[in-house]
Design a protein around this ligand. Structure first.
Ligand code: LMR
Length: 394
């Protein structure tokens, strides 16, 4: 009976935003969910998005269903963003999905049904939802070492040892293509070479989660790890999201891109991806994908988009600097300079679960229990206030 169902725990990330919304205090700051905020504390609609929506309002002819694999112009744009314009298009099947989460679930279902018995190896730590998605798809979930004992740098030796010793050919290995969530710690270019070589020689399936393209070192630079993997491996799956780099969070815009060894294998894999989609959500929503396709088909809107995204990226770097400088002013507080080497929206602050709890209850600052902070959510007017609060609980 329904009345015997136990209450589920709140979501590790979105549950914190629910608690934040219910907090009546005037002075509060939400550094939990990975959402960019501007100087006014607002998650803005990009100007290029507004302009594309205006264009769509005037030109859109229908709201009829999209094909199962999504809007052709969107799929084309995604392929170029991820792989560049030289990669053979007939070896990359792009399927439009509802967000990066939708992409991961489609990828998981595909691996479970077409590549069974597959296990997926996740970095430790990783995005709180990865394991739930892969388990829901029916995959075995394992972990490989990623963050060092200092909780601020990559333990590359341990990572390579785990991937060499624990995996079997045919296992999938999830890698964050850039801006590792939750730590902000990415491999170097030379380390990507070694990882890619290992994946290829051990016959592992690269599964790249690419949700933050443009937030690390720039749009093209952030794709370097993925492209290195593709120089070594002829098969891979990429799950990308346009929630962050187009600010289209609630429109649910993502894609799963499957790279296969030949055009024939790509076409076959695409047919199976479509079976997964049809049994899951049938076909993707139109609006967000249309926005991305409209922006990227128009040189002026593309220029606007790149400029806006670059502004976001540079602002996050500035926020990192402001926070690190602010913490230096706090007597006895730990040195946070390590934040300056990390990429993207997130960093592990070193706050324990208890300190995170205290930060919320005593000061109205909400961070994820693991101590992950969303740097992109810091309000620069309140950096001093934030630093005092962090110093107080540490
Ligand atoms: C995050 O990690 O905060 C984002 O990816 C949002 C989410 O869905 O958890």
């Amino acid at each position: 009976r329904f009345d015997s169902i136990p209450m589920a725990a709140p979501d590790a990330i979105l549950g914190i935003s629910e608690a934040f919304a219910a907090d009546a205090r005037a002075e509060k700051m939400n550094l939990s969910v990975g959402v960019y905020k501007d100087a006014q504390g607002v998650t803005p609609v990009m100007k290029c998005v507004k302009a594309a929506e205006q264009k769509l309002l005037e030109t859109e002819q229908t709201k009829s269903y999209l094909p199962i694999d999504g809007l052709p112009d969107y799929r084309h744009a995604v392929r170029e963003m991820l792989l560049g314009d030289e990669f053979p298009a007939d070896r990359a099947a792009v399927v439009q999905t509802p967000g990066g989460t939708g992409a991961l679930r489609v990828a998981g279902d595909f691996l479970a049904t077409q590549c069974a018995p597959t296990r997926v190896f996740l970095p430790n730590p990783t995005w709180a939802n990865h394991s739930a998605i892969m388990r829901a798809a029916g995959l075995g979930v394992e972990t490989y070492s990623y963050l060092g004992a200092d909780r601020r740098s990559l333990d590359f030796e341990a990572m390579i040892a785990d991937l060499s010793e624990k995996t079997r050919p045919g296992d999938a290995v999830l890698l964050h293509a850039c801006c590792h969530n939750p730590t902000g710690v990415d491999p170097t270019a030379a380390q990507w070479q070694q990882i890619a070589n290992l994946l290829a020689t051990r016959g592992l399936i690269p599964l790249l989660d690419f949700a933050y393209q443009g937030f690390g070192d720039g749009l093209e630079a952030d794709a370097a790890g993925l492209r290195t993997v593709l120089e070594h491996c002829d098969e891979a799956i990429v799950c990308s999201s346009y929630s962050k780099n187009f600010g289209l969070y609630s429109e649910r815009v993502g894609a799963v891109t499957l790279i296969a060894g030949s055009p024939a294998a790509t076409a076959t894999a695409l047919s199976q991806l479509k079976i997964v989609v049809r049994a899951n959500y049938s076909n993707p929503p139109r609006h967000g994908g249309s926005i991305v396709a409209t922006v990227l088909a128009d040189p002026e809107l593309t220029r606007m988009w790149k400029a806006e995204l670059e502004e976001y990226r540079l602002r996050i770097t500035r926020l990192r600097e402001l926070f690190v400088a602010g913490m230096k002013e706090q007597p006895g507080a730990p040195d946070f300079s390590f934040l300056l080497n990390q990429k993207g929206m997130f960093s592990y602050s070193g706050l324990t679960a208890m300190q995170a709890d205290e930060l919320r209850t005593q000061h109205g600052v909400y961070v994820v229990g693991s101590g992950r902070i969303n740097v992109a959510g810091i309000n620069e007017q309140k950096v001093d206030w934030l630093c005092r609060a962090v110093a107080d609980v540490m």
